[in-house]
Each structure stands twice: as C-alpha cells, then as structure tokens.
Design a protein around this ligand. Structure first.
Ligand SMILES: [Zn+2]
Length: 258
C-alpha cells in the first residue's frame, strides 16, 4: 500500500482535479485520501471525484452501468457519512465501514466519503483507523477537511489532495548527484528517523509535482516500511539514495517482510 501527499496549488478546482487524475492515471487511485477544500465546496468536489472513482472507464461521464446509476448525489456504491457542516459520529462511521466491506453493486469499487473529518470526535476518528490501514479490497475512502487538522495516525496513512487558496509551503527537492547526496546525508546523520521520514515525505511531494510518480511511489514504500520497522537513520538514507539516485527498485527488498 502506498500513501502519498499531493499538494496541488490552487488554480481552479476542476483544473486541480484534472491534474490529480492525470497523476494517478498510470497507477491506481489512492485507496484512502484526504481532500482539503472549503466546506462550501465539499459536495461539489465530492461529486466530481465520486463520478470518476465510480466510473468503469474513469471518465465519470459516459454510458457505463455505473454512470447510468447516478441520481443527483445518490449512487448505489457511494456511502456518505456526515454533512457539509457536521462530522459523523462513531455509529455512522461504523456503518460506513460495514457498507464499504460489501462488494460493489454496479461500479468497479465502493466509495466511502467522510465529510467534516477535521472535526471528527476522537472515538469516531479512531473507528476509521482500521479501514484506512487495511481497506477492503474494493473500497476507497475520501476524508474531506477544511481546517488542516486530522488525527495524526490517520494523516500518516493517507494521500492528501489540497484544493485551497492558501499558498502551499515550499517543498524541498531531493538531492541530485553524488556530491549533493553526501552533503545532505551527512547533515542528517545523528538526527532521528522522524526527521528523515519527514524529509522523505517532502521529496515525495516534490517528485509527484514534477511528474516522477514511480520514484515517489518507491520512496513512499520505503518511508512506510521504515515507519513500521524502525530502520536506522543511516540505513534509511542509504536506501533512499539507492531508490532515487541509482533508481534501484527498493520495494523488492521488502517483499519478504510485508
Ligand atoms: Zn462511466
């Protein structure tokens, strides 16, 4: 499973979403993703995303069985918890999880949507953890937030798509060339693994933004593996170097461990 942070600068919403779908077209759509936008845009954005997620051809607007099943904001494989102004309670979250474990009725997947996930109660947020960690095979989950506030354990496991008018913070590029790698690696020696994984997260966003999806995936696999297995800083750095500079498929190294 891969979790990637995608920050897309605000231009207009549809353009941003097109960019997102273009970035994900090579791989699969993220199974769990946070969508950050204003509350007033929740339903509109959800509708655009859901049409595409649920379409058999990914267009969201054709004559496939799934596209023909829409009626206003209702679709048999779309489950919505919460409203534009209120977060769902724990029961509603559990209900959503149960619904998502069913096989799709008329779409390639089932899509769960949690609105106002930034104001979820702690028990409600916790009840979503398992689904985010190990989503049922055909389930996808979108968490809509306005404020940049989400349970850290949830956040670390999901992609993020930002459609906000705020200036995105500058994103650090990964090093390029041996000399630069050596310099950056020695700077981080002696720091803790969290520092390094945070750096990897930034590189990932940079790579995604610049069209290097495969490298980003690789790095995310590495970051996830490291978080689960507490790799030493030096090993994490060496593997990051292999993944990016040598383009070595580091994910193959982990196959036996997952
Ligand atoms: Zn369709």
């Amino acid at each position: 499973m891969s979790h990637i942070t995608v920050h897309v600068e605000n231009r207009n919403e549809e353009h941003t979403l097109e960019e997102f779908f273009a970035m994900t077209s090579e791989g699969s759509l993220p199974q769990a993703m946070v969508v950050r936008t204003s509350r007033s845009s929740f339903l509109r954005t959800m509708s655009i995303l859901a049409h595409r997620y649920l379409c058999f051809h990914g267009t969201g607007d054709d004559a496939c069985m799934s596209c023909r099943s829409w009626s206003d904001l209702f679709h048999p494989d779309l489950l919505i918890a919460g409203t534009q102004d209120t977060a769902p309670g724990i029961e509603e979250c559990r209900h959503l999880a149960a619904g998502l474990s069913l096989a799709p009725f008329c779409a390639p997947r089932r899509l769960g949507v949690v609105l106002c996930a930034d104001i979820l109660s702690l028990p409600a947020a916790n009840s979503l953890l398992k689904m985010v960690e190990e989503p049922p095979p055909s389930a996808h989950l979108l968490l809509f937030i306005e404020a940049d506030r989400l349970l850290p354990t949830l956040r670390s496991r999901v992609w993020q798509l930002s459609i906000s008018s705020e200036e995105p913070s500058p994103i650090q590029a990964p090093p390029e060339g041996k000399a630069e790698w050596i310099r950056r690696i020695s700077e981080k020696r002696g720091t803790n693994a969290e520092d390094v994984t945070e750096e990897l997260r930034q590189w990932c966003s940079y790579l995604i933004r610049n069209g290097h999806g495969l490298k980003a995936q690789r790095l995310e696999t590495l970051r996830n593996f490291s978080e689960k297995n507490r790799l030493a800083v030096s090993m994490l750095q060496d593997l990051a170097y292999l993944a990016l500079e040598e383009e070595y498929p580091v994910e193959c190294l982990f196959d036996d461990f997952w």
